[in-house]
Design a protein around this ligand. Sequence first.
Ligand code: PGA
Length: 254
Amino acid sequence: MNKELRKVVIAGNWKMNKTATETKALLAEMKEKLPESNATILLCVPAINIGTAMDAVAGTQINIGAQNCHWAKNGAFTAEISADMLNDFGVKYAIIGHSERRQYFGETDETVNKRAMACLEGGICPIICVGENLEEREKDITKDVIKVQIEKGLAGFTAENMKNSIIAYEPVWAIGTGKTATAQQAEEVCAYIRGLLAEMFGNETAQAVTIQYGGSMNAKNAAELLAMENIDGGLIGGASLKADDFATIVSCVK
Ligand code: PGA
C-alpha cells in the first residue's frame, strides 16, 4: 500500500473558539465554500458545540469530531466527556494528547494511551498527537522524543487498533507560531513515525495508517506539505477558523 491508497484526513482543530451561534455561522460558510473532496473533512469543535455542529452539517461531507475523550465509561470525573457521550452524537473522531493538553492540563503518554484505548473501544478513531518542543529540536533529540511518545502512547495496541487510529505529528514550536516545519522536516519525522509503526505492527499496517502534519499549516504551505510521501493530511488550528483558508487547504488534496 502506498500514499495513493491511504485515507487523507483534513482536520480542523477549533480549540476553545466559537460560541454555538458562531459555530452555526462558520459552518454555514464552510458548507458553501468547501470544494467537493476525496479527503475526509473533519472539524473538531468544543464539546459543548458538538450537537449544534452535528445538526449544522447533517447531510454534507463535513464530519464533526471532539478534542478529547476520557478513559472511563462514566463516573466522578468532573468536566470530562466519555466515548459513550460522543457516540450518542455520532462522533467518529477525537483528538487525543494535543500538545496544549500535555502542556497545560498534565496529559502524559500514559493518559494519552488510556484515552486512545477508550476511543477505540467505543468505535471512535483517536487522532493521537505527538511532537517535540523547540528545546528538544535544538538539542537534536526530536526522534528520541517521538519514539517514546509513540511507544508509550500506543502501548497495548493491536495492529487492528493501529489501523483504526490516526497519528498527527505536530512540532510544538510550529503550533500557533506561524513557524511551519519545512515540508522536508515534516516529511522526515512522518517517515520516521511510519518506520516505528512498521517495527511495532508490521509494514502492511504501517503503510495503511494516516499520518497528519500539524503546526501553522495554512492556505499557502498546505500544497507542498500534503504532497509529501508520508503526509496524509493535516491537523489545522488557526486556518480552520477561516472558511476561505480551510477551503483552499482542502482543495490542495490531489
Ligand atoms: P495551528 O494549530 O495550525 O494554529 O498551528 C495546529 C494545532 O494545534 O493542531
